[in-house]
Design a protein around this ligand. Structure first.
Ligand SMILES: C=CC1=C(C)c2cc3[nH]c(cc4nc(cc5[nH]c(cc1n2)c(C)c5CCC(=O)O)C(CCC(=O)O)=C4C)c(C)c3C=C
Ligand SMILES: [Fe+2]
Length: 388
């Protein structure tokens, strides 16, 4: 076998407070994160949202020490995987490609080319597939491959999701069991799975399998855990005004408090490393909500990071992928879309029709954005004519 590489895909996170705004700009520039009808609006809107959100987001990163631990943890995972692959007789180099911050996916591909890798396993560090996470990275890679034909020499295969693997499930069950055993009444503690949310439209309009995979993942973890405890699944980290998957974590915690639950063990399940949404959102914000709701005992299950069972399982996954039929980007980036007709009327007719209302709404949104931009930048037509 020629030179073997493993490309670990991850989201990336700001390493210092000054990185927060450009990191957010990269994130909101991604059409898989904000889906707009007009592509030309993507970057101005990303600039606007990242500018408006930066201060609040920076404050959150400040509370966890001034930056995301994601790069450091992903590097440790890569190192552990490389070592375990060596021990199992597989000489492979492990690369890291982040979607929105350093080391960027493009940098990883440059290293892979420099090292003349011939066989590559592309492995997202997201157990479940979403078009907003693994899907976005696969789509970027597909574009990179289309732009550079020298990459076609590399025999690659992608792993779309892997939450059903027994090693992953056993490692999760092990971490949950340890937290349960520290509770005052281990059998009565409520196991609270908190998954990262996505907008409902991703699932209902764009065919994202994420919700179904998350539900299946929770079922399999509970089956592996073999404990009698009650459990709940809720979704966290909502951003913006649209509807996201429900129940929302904050509401579900309050409902449990109102129902008299006193002990909860929170399990983050969309991600395998500590990051801002475990260290700040769960450990600080949701803990406060739980305490106010009368939940006296609040524990959080740590992220897998370099849990030995997990790393062993990733190692087996890589070896199996190398010996399985190839999965191409085109097999995984286009989830089956539900046929969804946004507006029933296809031809323009005059009057206050549905189409006219839709266009009124779109133009009002554009006008509002232009005004907001002008208020923030201090430049624009209203300033020019002296109205602002
Ligand atoms: C606005 C839409 C967003 C979607 C959809 C989304 C999906 C999604 N994200 C993760 C995992 C992570 N997200 C992280 C940061 C982050 N994500 C969003 C927005 C969406 N995410 C924002 C605005 C941010 C920045 C932080 C903030 O301002 O709140 C991170 C990085 C965390 C870090 O430590 O830096 C991760 C990881 C998943 C798994 C997911 C969908 C399944
Ligand atoms: Fe996110």
């Amino acid at each position: 076998m020629g030179r073997v590489g493993v490309l670990l895909l991850n989201l990336g996170g700001p390493e210092q407070l000054g990185d927060v705004r450009p990191f957010l700009f990269n994130l909101f520039s991604d059409p898989e994160i904000i889906r707009l009808p007009f592509p030309w609006l993507q970057r101005p809107l990303a600039w606007l949202i990242s500018t408006l959100r930066a201060r609040k987001s920076q404050e959150n990163y400040r509370q966890i020490g001034g930056g995301s631990p994601l790069r450091r943890i992903t590097e440790k995972q890569a190192q552990a995987l490389e070592q375990t692959l060596q021990q199992r007789g597989q000489d492979a180099r492990v690369y890291i490609g982040m979607r929105y911050w350093h080391p960027f996916t493009e940098e990883a591909i440059a290293h892979i080319q420099r090292d003349q890798v011939e066989k590559l396993v592309i492995l997202p560090l997201y157990p479940q597939f979403s078009i907003s996470t693994s899907g976005s990275s696969f789509r970027l890679l597909e574009k990179i491959w289309q732009a550079d034909t020298s990459l076609h020499q590399i025999e690659y295969t992608v792993v779309p999701s892997w939450y059903q693997r027994s090693g992953y499930l056993r490692a999760m069950a092990d971490l949950i069991a340890r937290q349960l055993d520290q509770c005052p009444h281990p059998q009565q503690a409520h196991i609270f799975f908190s998954a990262h949310g996505v907008p409902v439209s991703y699932v209902e309009e764009f065919g994202d399998p994420y919700q179904q995979e998350i539900e299946d993942c929770v079922r399999l973890i509970m089956q592996t855990l073999q404990r009698p405890n009650d459990h709940t699944l809720a979704y966290q980290s909502r951003v913006g005004p649209v509807e996201w998957l429900q129940p929302y974590t904050e509401d579900a915690i309050q409902d449990l408090g109102a129902a008299g639950v006193e002990d909860i063990v929170v399990v983050p399940i969309s991600f395998v490393s500590e990051h801002i949404e475990t260290l700040q959102e769960i450990d600080m914000e949701y803990r406060e909500i739980a305490e106010a709701a009368g939940i006296h005992h609040f524990q959080r299950v740590p992220a897998l990071d370099t849990h030995p069972i997990f790393i062993e399982d990733l190692t087996s996954l890589v070896i199996e992928a190398l010996n399985s039929p190839q999965k191409r980007f085109s097999d995984v980036v286009h989830p089956p879309q539900k046929t969804f007709k946004l507006y029933p009327q296809e031809r323009w007719t005059w009057g206050m029709t549905t189409t006219a209302e839709v266009w009124n709404g779109r133009l009002a949104m554009l006008g509002f954005l232009a005004l907001l931009l002008e208020l923030i930048t201090g430049h624009g037509p209203l300033h020019a004519v002296g109205l602002l």
